[in-house]
Design a protein around this ligand. Structure first.
Ligand code: NAP
Ligand code: ZN
Ligand code: ZN
Length: 357
């Protein structure tokens, strides 16, 4: 470990070593901060369903898992060190790290602030490599992260940092499409699936002034949906409840993590209505083209958000007092949190306390 201290940043993490196995403690060394880097002592790390898909290698064709895999891309912590050229942060500041930690910075998407679509391929926070395409990235289920300050967010405001961590993925992934399609007052918005992303989608769409309906498979979530600010709650399995809503929505955000029928929701869109899919189920889905053609509807995808928009989302959340509803756990409970999330029994984001590992 002495070598690690001099050559890099000794880090304690939790990794899966192959698909289907449990998390084990995993010590590794992050790079020594470079001039533009900050070293962050991680306080909280959210559990996103993408972590589960990847730990289980459920996306072998689009994002195959590389082991050992240390997930976690909803990271909040305190800046412990800053490189000589760092201008945005000082020691003691609170920083957020989301799904990407670098990109080529030169291509058109990077120049436009949508680094997640970097033509050369962004460096994902975990299950990827740095831009050298060699050094593996390990995520936030660990006690430290070293990142270029340009890929870290400023968290202004100290209260409930556990509820801030999920904003770095669930928050931006829902904010970005709501923002892009200018969701606001007078619009009827549906959110499909009330999990980590879904509950943030509800809070954000409500904060933006829209009339929000939750579509859920879990009857027990109705009370929570209303507490989150939703105006309406519909059991998507009930044909009786769904039928009268046909052709009535302006915008629908589909956050579901498992295979499901898209046409059921496309049919709810009115003329020129838009449905954005952010959920990435393991298997592809089929739908009839007619469900788009009738009503001039659009079906759109969206991937997290770029650095400027992620900072904008965080500032929006701070200003409007929006946080994630979280259940804070210790790392030994990660397997239980995974099982409960898969069973849709998450209220509404598990967040790992990484401060005493
Ligand atoms: P989550 O917390 O597990 O929530 C998913 C919700 O989907 C569940 O709570 C449940 O809501 C619903 N659901 C689950 N199984 C279902 C089924 N068989 N049929 C219908 N509904 C079902 O997951 P999450 O963290 O929000 O992530 C959701 C998805 O988004 C994942 O696939 C994840 O990989 C993806 N994601 C994408 C991006 C992006 O950039 N596009 C970013 C982050 C995550 P109800 O109980 O209300 O039905
Ligand atoms: Zn995520
Ligand atoms: Zn690029």
């Amino acid at each position: 470990m002495i070598a690690a201290e001099t050559e890099g940043t000794a880090t304690k993490g939790f990794a899966v070593h192959e698909a289907g196995t449990n998390f084990q403690p995993f010590d590794f060394v992050r790079r020594k901060p470079r001039p533009n880097d900050i070293a962050v002592d991680i306080q909280y790390s959210g559990i996103c369903h993408s972590d589960i898909h990847q730990a289980k290698n459920e996306w072998p064709d689009i994002m195959p898992a590389t082991y050992p895999l240390v997930p976690g891309h909803e990271i909040v912590g305190r800046v412990a060190k800053v490189g000589d050229a760092v201008t945005k942060f000082k020691v003691g500041d609170i920083a957020g790290i989301g799904c990407i930690v670098d990109s080529c910075r030169e291509c058109q998407p990077c120049q436009s602030g949508v680094e997640q679509y970097c033509i050369k391929g962004a460096a994902f926070t975990y299950n990827g490599t740095e831009m050298d395409r060699v050094t593996p990235t390990y995520g936030g289920y660990s006690d430290k992260y070293v990142v270029d300050e340009n890929f870290a967010m400023k968290v202004n405001g100290e209260g409930d940092l556990a509820g801030v961590a999920p904003l770095l993925c669930a928050g931006i992934t829902t904010y970005s499409p709501l923002n892009r399609f200018k969701v606001g007052p007078g619009q009827k918005v549906g959110v499909v699936g009330l999990g980590g992303l879904g509950h943030m989608g509800v809070k954000l769409a409500v904060a933006m002034g829209a009339d929000v309906t939750v579509f859920s498979t879990s009857p027990s979530k109705e009370g929570d949906a209303r507490k989150l600010g939703a105006h309406n709650f519909v059991l998507s399995k009930s044909a009786e409840a769904m039928e009268p809503l046909r052709n009535t929505f302006n915008f629908i955000l589909d956050t579901v993590s498992a295979p499901h029928d898209l046409m059921q929701f496309l049919g709810l869109l009115g003329l020129n209505g838009v449905m954005v899919v952010v959920g990435v189920p393991p298997e592809p889905t089929m739908f009839h083209q007619g469900s788009l053609i009738m009503g001039n509807r659009s079906l759109v995808g969206s991937l997290i958000g770029g650095m400027p928009e992620t900072q904008e989302m965080l500032d929006f959340c701070m200003k409007n007092n929006v946080r994630s509803d979280v259940e804070v756990i210790t790392p030994d409970r990660i397997p239980e949190a995974y099982d409960r999330t898969i069973k849709s029994d998450v209220r509404y984001r598990f967040v790992i306390d990484m401060q005493n590992v």
